[in-house]
Design a protein around this ligand. Structure first.
Ligand SMILES: Nc1ncnc2c1ncn2[C@@H]1O[C@H](COP(=O)(O)OP(=O)(O)OP(=O)(O)O)[C@@H](O)[C@H]1O
Ligand SMILES: [Mg+2]
Length: 319
């Protein structure tokens, strides 16, 4: 079985990462996957699990950001019946429930200081203590953590335990964002268009050279997830078509992403406006600035002299 087959990419930085990840997979070392949103952290964690000797056991993904502080301890480490109000049954906790397998702690930076301390104890001793229990249980699970933030910075700012950071950071696996491995964009587009055309039984779209070059220079802030969603949309909406630049989402069309964030030259007032009135006003201003010279006024408005004369006539502007 090759769990890494699911990971598309042959950019040198990505291939180097896959090589080290393959080495990590066969050991039981704790790994920390670092990468922007949508770069494939969870997919990589699954690949590590599938490639490890734990592959026949469970892979449990836990999003630490979605665990409310007051539930996190019981969710991860379990509780005894009666340990707190509402604890009507014993609860094993997700670590012990994943015995023999792998637990993926996504957004690990979001764990509260108390849980960070408890996780560190678990990583150092392999011992779990449920809430309300006086003794500990040995638990054999491998931890893979992930974050999309600069955890070192969090340590500097006192928001994440330094000792836990070093414990997790034994093998850091940093997935480069898509904009830093542009060679992978075309193969990924090809892969996802084929995937979705098979799934929806639709013809795969083709891309014009210009459209492809725009997609290659786009900065993909949502990384592979964004590219995947884009391909799904294109397959569904434009099956079998040749995709041209005008078919691309607005945010992708400008090569320079700052173009789309430029302030508008005019803002529509809250209650709207009369467009004709704006045109009349601007023609008057241009003619005044050009001191009555119609050719100059037309240049100021970015139209031809004939168009200006036609519009002046239309609005009965007389100078
Ligand atoms: N190298 C890759 N090849 C093919 N598909 C990929 C690759 N990387 C990611 N994907 C796909 O992109 C999507 C996002 O991946 P994933 O959920 O693993 O990202 P993530 O880094 O965990 O995102 P987030 O930070 O938002 O949780 C998934 O559908 C995944 O299958
Ligand atoms: Mg994720």
């Amino acid at each position: 079985m090759n769990g890494f087959k699911a990971l598309i990419g042959s950019a040198p930085a990505f291939e180097a990462l896959i090589r080290s990840t393959q080495m990590v997979a066969t050991t039981d070392v704790t790994a920390l996957i670092i990468g922007e949103t949508g770069t494939g952290k969870e997919l990589m964690a699954k690949a590590i699990h599938v490639e490890s000797h734990r592959f026949h056991k469970v892979f449990t993904a836990i999003n630490c950001a979605a665990l409310p502080d007051e539930l996190a301890e019981s969710e991860l480490f379990g509780h005894r019946r009666g340990a707190f109000s509402g604890a009507t049954h014993d609860h094993l906790g997700r670590l012990r429930a994943s015995e023999g397998g792998t637990v993926f702690l996504d957004e690990v930076n979001e764990l509260s200081p108390a849980i960070q301390a408890k996780l560190l104890r678990f990583l150092e001793s392999g011992e779990c203590q449920a809430i309300g229990e006086t003794h500990t249980h040995h638990c054999n699970v491998r931890i893979i953590a992930a974050t999309n933030c600069d955890l070192h910075q969090w340590v500097e700012e006192g928001r994440f335990r330094k000792d836990l950071y070093y414990r997790l950071h034994v093998v850091p696996l940093a997935i480069p964002p898509l904009r830093e491995r542009k060679e992978d964009i075309n193969p990924l587009i090809h892969h996802f268009c084929n995937f979705f055309s098979r799934q929806y039984k639709l013809a795969s779209p083709q891309f014009s050279k210009t459209a492809l070059s725009i997609l290659n220079s786009y900065h993909w802030p949502g990384n592979i997830r964004e590219l995947r969603n884009f391909c799904e949309r294109i397959v569904v909406l434009l099956p079998g078509k040749i995709i041209e630049p005008q078919n691309l989402p607005f945010e992708m069309q400008g090569k320079d992403s700052s173009i789309t964030t430029k302030a508008p030259i005019i803002t529509l007032p809250e209650n709207g406006l009369a467009l004709d009135q704006v045109e009349i006003e601007l023609i008057h201003q241009a003619i005044a600035r050009a001191q009555g010279n119609r050719s100059k006024a037309a240049r100021l408005l970015g139209i031809s002299r004939d168009t200006l004369c036609y519009r002046m006539q239309k609005h009965a502007i007389d100078i």
